[in-house]
Each structure stands twice: as C-alpha cells, then as structure tokens.
Ligand binder design. Sequence first.
Ligand code: ARG
Length: 574
Amino acid sequence: MQQLKRRLADAIISALDGAGAAHGQTTDSIIDMLEYPPDPELGELSFPCFKLSRALRKAPPAIAAELAEKLQCGDIAQPHQAGGYLNFKVSPEYFTRGVIPKIIAEGDGYGRTNEGEGKTIVLDYSSPNIAKPFHLGHLGTTVIGHSLRLLHEFRGFKCISVNHLGDWGTSLGKQIAAYKLWGSREQVESGGVDELVSLYVRFHEEAERDESLWERARREFALLEGGDPENTELWKWFIDLSIEEYKKTYAQLGIEFDYYLGESFYSDKMDEQVNLMREKGLLKIDDGASIVDLSEHNMPPCLILKRDGTTLYPTRDIAAAVYRYNTFNFDRCIYVTSAGQSLHFAQWFKVVELMGYPWADRLVHVPYGTMSVGGAKLGTRSGNTILLKELFKLSIDKVKEIMAEKNAELEDSDKIAEDVGVGAIVFGYLLNSRIKDISFDLQEALNFDGNTGPYAQYTYARTCSVLAKAAEAGYGAEAFTGEFAPNEAEFELAKTLSLFGEKVDDALASYEPSIVVRYILDICASFNRFYNSCRILGAENDDMVRFRLGLVRATNITLKNALHLVCMRTPTKI
Ligand code: ARG
C-alpha cells in the first residue's frame, strides 16, 4: 500500500498546482495524512481536506470536490468527494496485477527495506540474574527484545544483542556462601540452575534465623571482588552452567546472543566514570554514599557508590553504556525491561547526559507491564515463582495431547509440538500492547480456534498444504498476471496482504511487536474467509485456479515473514 499512497500523494500535490507546496505540503506530508476509511464502501484510502482548509481559504468539501475533478491518477484509483474527504476507490487491478505478483517475486524479501543501512543498534534484553530463577517476568524482555532485533534487521539495521547478565553484587556472595555451607559439586552438576536457586532460597530462609549469614555473604563477595581463586572458580562455574541452561530456553525461541557481557564485565570500567562524575562536580556525599542529585529534574537521586565504596546497578549500567558506545558506535542502544525499572533508566540516562556524553539521547528504554498466569497451576521448588522453562514444558505437553487427538500420524511430532507449544505462549503474550499488565491464560492461548499462535501457525500450515497439492497437480510457483476481476473475499485478502510494510513501520516506530501480531490475525481472518468461500484447485477455470493459487502463495509468504518477526516458528504441517 505504501507505493500506492505515494502515487496518490504525488497526484494530490500536482492537482494542488503549487498551492500545496506554497503551504509547506510535500508528498511525504500528504502520505502521512492519508487514512483508511472505516467503511469499505467508501473506498480503500481517504484524504481529509480539513488541514488544507485554512491555507487554501476554502471549505474542506470544496477542496475535496475540486481535487476529485482535477486529480490525475490513471486507472489505479477513482477519486470521489464525500463531505470534507477525498475518497479513493482503488482498482482491483492494482492488487491483482500489482501487489500479488510483487509479493511473490519478492518472497522472503517482502516487507524488507534497507532504510537502516549503515546504522547500528545495540539491544540489551533478557538479561536474567545468575542465582535467581529465570522466571515469567523475563518472558517480556526476552521476546519483545528479540522481536525488536528482528524488526530492525528486517529494515537493514546492523543489530548487536547483548545479554547483560546479573552476575555481580552481593547476591553472588550469598550464592557462594550457600554452596559452601550446604551444596555439593555432584548436586549442582546434576541439578543445574534449579539446584543453585534452591541453595539461594535456603540461604534466605536460614538467614532469617541466623543473622551472621549476611556478613558471611558480604565476605564471600569481597573475596570474589579481590580475586580469590576459589571463589572466582565457583563463580565462573555458576555462570557457565547458568548460561548453558538459558541457552536451551533461547534455542526453543530461536534466540542467539551476540554477546554475554554480564555486569561483572564492567568491574574495572567504573572507576573512570565515577572519576568523571567527580570532576564534573556531579557527585555528592549523602550519608556516606555517593549520589547524583537529580532534584532539578524531578527525580530522586541516582545512587553511584554505597557507603563502603562498592558500586551499584546504575554505576554498572553507566559504565556499560560508555563501553558499548566506544566499542560499537551505536546509533541507538535499546533496553527492554519491566516498567518497574523505568525510573532506574530515566535516572542514569540523565546522569549520562549530565556527564556530557553527546550520545545520551541515543539511549532508549522500552518498558513492559507485568504478567501473571491464570488457568494453570505451576509449582516450583523456589516457591511460587513460575519458571519460564516450566511454562514452556507445560504448554508443549498440552499441545502433544491435542495433536494426538487431531492428527495421530504426524511425522516429527515432537518438534512440531515444541514449535506450537512455545509459539502459543509467545504469540499469546505479544498480542497485548507491551505496557499493559496482563493475566495470561494458557488454556486460552492454546485454543486452536481462537486468536492464538496455534491458529496462526495452523493457517500457515494450511497454505503450505494447498501449495503442496498444487505442485502435485503440476502448478508452478509463478504469479498469475492475467486480467481478473476478484470477488470480495479475494479483494479483501489482497488488500490485507498489501499492508505488511506499513505494519512493520508502525511496529518499529512504537517499539511494539503487538502490531505485527495483530496484523497476523488480520491475515488469518482474511485468508480463512477466502479459503472457506472459494474453491481453489477445484475452481471453475484455469485462470481462476492460478489467480487463487497466487493469493495463497502471497499469503504463505507474508505470514511466514510476519511470524518470523515475532519469534514464531512456521511448521509446514500441524
Ligand atoms: N538483570 C536485570 C533483571 O533481571 C535486567 C538487566 C537489564 N539491563 C540493564 N542494562 N540494566 O532485572
């Protein structure tokens, strides 16, 4: 639809005959004004003339009428006036001979552009804390973060993903203390992260009774900071085994990180920044701690050093940002975390600005709301936290049950169940605007007939099976470019498919993968309406068969490209 908008906007500019340009209008500003009319009866696009009224000193209906008269847009669209609007009825030809063959020709490249070429985006997401559970709260950062990476890559940006593991601080001291007191190598080797988490939980339980444990944890961390060989070895081991386990979850989601650079990586990079803050006169001593006062900016102070001189979460983030800028020269650095950390980011972004770094305005925080799970009981050894891997497993098991009933002879069914089970959660989650707090219902997310991941994947698989049958019947992959008058369902589907590029634009502009997810549901709805009302291989004549196969192929391509952008796999059979 973007190309069409551009052509119509060009035509509007020419029809305004210099009057538009005289009032600062350009093709791009006109494109931004074009709207989709709420009622298809009115046409496919609409230009509200209200904004020109003042400049042209004419009533909007008069402008619309005049434009309708003068406009030269060939036979791709027919303009007509309705009130203050200039509406366009777009010719079906535009979709049937233009959009559909174009989608087929572009294939995997449909929707891609190189607008980001030469620009680098660093994305900081997922970033769980070693020693603590990798839980439901991390689903948002993991899948929103990865989807934002894929969306940017789709637009030609160079993306670098960094997993900013929480691998430093007193919690690591607690972990080491707990291991030394109650753990064993064998247990940790066999139990992995779960074992580490239960040791950590035990530490907190025992420390309720025995206060001296807190001191013990501080000591262990001080030893680690001082480079004590035993503690360093334990700490490295904990990290390695945690990453190994996180990678299993990431693999289920198709995620790989370019870098695992935990908070510890910046231990020797903070002094320089703290000194710079001091030189700039930003640091204040408050009750022994060093802070940056942000009252002028209506925020509480940003804590830089504790009373004992140890660094804090913001200090590490500041050092990490400087390192990333120096190393990657980013055009933007995006942080995806729960909205609970919004203040933290606003504070240290401000400190970076006050430090005089000219790239401070390239830091972006993308927050998301909380998620709770209803309709599923999930217990873990760590109390009532829900582990991500357990939720995935539960979902995969449920899908296996459903699939066994539906299609018992499916080949490769374990892999497909994983794709569908994990996909159901990702899709169900990303369907919501990211900032909303949601209650997630697994039962609902798994409903093959609802607006769900399985339904979207199933629709995609349906396109694959039609195309496979078509190939068997001897139909090639080439697009139909003959003349054809589409019916309503066909027209609607073609129109929906043409919107992909704009949906990607919108999703990027607002850092909102949900826009793509909702669009996938629009495609599925249009496709299924078409599929249920039109015979494809059994259509009346060969032109009709080939035209409809073109629509199926274009749907297959668009769905695949869109699903991949939101971390969804696309099994060809379900
Ligand atoms: N480890 C943190 C957590 O689990 C998230 C880190 C986000 N990234 C950052 N650069 N602060 O809450």
